[in-house]
Design a binder for this molecule. Structure first.
Ligand code: IVH
Length: 704
């Protein structure tokens, strides 16, 4: 949603406001997840803030509509399950934001009013950079570091003690005087720009994920299950506040920070005290002008009332202190010309428009490309080739096109026409219907899955993966190399590898890193899969939305590969009986049915399936048992299983006629919980669903 073009809040009807709050809650939650849990945000901070502001504005006008899951009631994102949880004795809260001088002036007025200060009474505030990292809480008991946690949702964070111990700037023991029995020192973990660049270079080298910005890289480094990985990342820590404390070493913010420094922490050397609005704003401008040269990301400054007794009196409003405020930097913008729009096809077939720009410097960085997101975005902004556009960099996220400067538009320019065919393979590119919203999906996708070169690597890796053809020793590095050297282009080529490259000038055995033995081993692994279960073949095709359980469902329904392919080819006509039958299978929704039909409607795909089938033998599917003790039951597995893998457990349950679900609901009959079971176990207890252990489960199905 674009907030700037949205209907003014005053003009919203109650129903519209409710619908928008629902949408915003969902959208913000998904961005929260991408940011906090996945460490991979997809929008700029400024756009995110705009969504939150819009949500707050609607809630202010329609307080009766505030949702229980409103983004305004949450801080960050609930912790992911891999670390133990830590409940913060004193919550780790957030800061209110101000975006301009007036907001800051209002803040100072509010504070003065609240405290009942008279015109001549002095109010001192500290001012310091707002570090764009992630906050951590370090608990010291008798001067020893005993527990380190992330913020999580503010109430409950993750125990990352072992990882935090690896930071040079997290002292194991506090030195100096006045050390309380208990104190939680809080601050920001961050990476320098130089370290960030190094980490990404190493990640790229290893073929691992590239981090979008230093904050995400810091988060990724800190959330390692193996702390020796964290130890290799040069993470820093600035101490700037505290949580639980048996005593506090000072009467002002300034004194406490000085004590932190004495104890061995690093505190921000740029911190200052201000006694007027003018000084605060001067500090802000000074920091803004030095931002690019600091060597680490900051996204604003923070002002805090210096006197702690006053902080106490001011207290908190919902999730933020009344005694502090963040003053954010505006996203950096510049004007340039849009030279062209390139369509890139991603590894999953999404057609992504990329703006090619006349190079321009934004915030100290030369920018020549920007994302245009998708075709709706281009149409909505009416972006045309030749236009002069405003671009924006927010943090280190990919630059975006904010708007077109229409008066500068060339006379005979035409609206941009988004291609309907994949520029890589020529297959149709389709937009999927979203069942929930009834709207077309934003992304247009190439339907030439099996034959499109842009998707080849992904598809072939999927084809040989564990749950599909499971070709041992054929890892993703090999797929990339064989593709690059044109030994393979499609999945079917895998089965011809031995025939074509078993010997001769391009023999695999003669390749670097290979020998006769390893080549023979690979061919044996491929040959071992020339006979395969039907559901593995179906899953291996990599049709969108057809995961393992859908593949099993299809296999069980159609029984043989012959029947399956025949029915699917017929179903590629959406008015056919075959399509209606596919759609009617319990567990296959319309979206999935359409994807399958579209896949088989593409001639390229049908031909490739035939080529694969020419070389393999597909076993018929087993009919599900109806007489097992779990037939027809809905089962959820949670926690770690010790005697079988998740996939095995699922396959076994399904072959016994059970339905395996991913989350617990009122429809669940049975939850099988192993050690470390978390929220699903809680849900089961809440809903009074029967919970059994892995052993009990094995006993239950034992005879079947
Ligand atoms: S003070 C109760 N000072 O900004 C107030 N926070 O948007 C505690 N942050 O959760 C926060 N630099 O992660 C404070 N110098 C600074 C900061 C800072 C970055 C982060 C912190 C906080 C978030 C709020």
């Amino acid at each position: 949603m674009n907030v700037k073009r949205a209907v003014p809040v005053a003009k919203l009807s109650e129903a519209e406001a409710a619908a928008e709050l629902t949408r915003l809650a969902k959208e913000i939650a998904s961005h929260d997840k991408r940011y906090h849990a996945d460490d991979a945000p997809t929008i700029s901070d400024a756009d995110y803030d705009a969504l939150k502001k819009r949500n707050a504005a609607i809630e202010a006008s329609f307080p009766q509509l505030i949702r229980s899951d409103s983004p305004s009631r949450r801080v960050g994102f609930a912790p992911v399950e891999k670390f133990a949880k830590v409940t913060h004795g004193v919550p780790m809260l957030s800061l209110d934001n101000s975006f301009d001088d007036e907001d800051v002036s209002d803040f100072v007025d509010r504070v003065r009013r609240f405290l009942g200060l008279k015109a001549g009474d002095e109010l001192i505030l500290t001012a310091e950079p707002k570090i764009d990292g992630l906050s951590a809480s370090l608990r010291y008991e008798k001067g020893k570091f005993v527990l380190g946690a992330t913020r999580g949702d503010g109430e409950v964070g993750e125990d990352i003690t072992a990882n935090l111990r690896t930071l040079k700037e997290v002292p194991a023991t506090l030195r100096g005087r006045q050390i309380p029995d208990v104190i939680e020192v809080r601050g920001e973990v961050y990476l320098t720009h130089a370290a960030f660049a190094q980490i990404n270079a190493a990640q790229a080298e290893a073929g691992d994920k590239i981090f979008a910005n230093p904050r995400n890289a810091a988060a990724g480094s800190l959330r390692q299950l193996d702390s020796s990985v964290t130890a290799k990342r040069p993470l820093h820590f600035f101490a700037y506040t505290w949580g639980e404390a048996s005593s506090v070493p000072g009467k002002t913010q300034w004194e406490v920070i000085a004590a932190f420094k004495d104890w061995g922490f690093v505190t921000n050397p740029l911190m200052k005290r201000c006694s007027s609005l003018e000084q605060m704003l001067a500090f802000y401008n000074d920091i803004a002008s030095r931002r690019a040269k600091l060597g680490y990301d900051i996204d604003g400054v923070v002002y805090k009332v210096d006197r702690l007794d006053w902080q106490q009196r001011l207290g908190f409003v919902s999730r933020a202190p009344r005694w502090a405020i963040a003053h954010k930097f505006a996203a950096e913008q510049a004007e340039t010309e849009l030279l062209d729009i390139d369509i890139q096809v991603g590894r999953t077939g999404v057609l992504a428009p990329v703006a090619r720009l006349r190079p321009v410097t934004v915030g100290g960085v030369v920018v020549s490309n920007a994302t245009l997101h998708n075709e709706d975005e281009i149409a909505r902004k009416d972006v045309r080739i030749g236009d002069t556009v405003v671009i924006q960099r927010a943090g280190d996220v990919i630059p975006q096109i904010v708007r077109v400067i229409e008066p500068k538009r060339p006379k005979n320019s035409k609206p941009y026409k988004f291609p309907q065919k994949c520029p890589v393979c020529g297959s149709h590119a389709e937009r999927e219907l979203n069942e929930n919203t009834g709207k077309l999906d934003a992304a247009r996708r190439c339907t030439g899955g099996l034959i499109c070169a842009a998707q080849a690597a992904e598809r072939i890796k999927h084809f040989v993966s564990r749950s599909a053809f499971d070709i041992e020793g054929f890892g993703s590095k090999h797929v990339d190399e064989f593709l690059a050297d044109k030994l393979i282009a499609h999945p079917s080529d895998i089965f011809a590898l031995e025939e074509r490259f078993g010997s001769g000038p391009k023999a695999i055995a003669a390749r670097e890193g290979w020998g006769p033995q390893s080549a023979a081993k690979l061919f044996a692994a491929i040959n071992a899969r020339r006979t395969i279960a039907l559901h593995r073949l179906i899953y291996g095709l990599g049709i969108r939305h057809v995961g393992e359980s859908t593949a099993r469902l299809l296999a069980r329904n159609y029984g043989s590969v012959k029947a399956f392919v025949k029915a699917m080819v017929a179903a590629s006509d959406p008015d056919s009986k075959a399509f209606a039958e596919l759609d009617a299978i319990d567990g296959i929704g319309e979206v999935v049915a359409r994807e399958i039909a579209e896949f088989f409607a593409e001639k390229h795909n049908r031909e490739e399936v035939e080529r694969v089938l020419d070389q393999i033998e597909v076993q018929d599917a087993e009919k599900p048992k109806t007489n097992s003790p779990v037939a027809g039951k809905t089962v959820v597995f949670t926690g770690s299983l010790e005697k079988m893998t998740r996939n095995e457990a699922k396959a076994r349950a399904e072959s016994l006629g059970a339905h395996v679900a991913g989350s617990v609901s009122a429809k669940t009959d049975l939850v099988v919980a192993g050690p470390g079971a978390g929220s699903k176990l809680k849900d089961a207890q809440k809903l009074d669903v029967k919970v059994i252990s892995e052993d009990e489960w094995l006993k239950l199905i034992g005879g079947s």
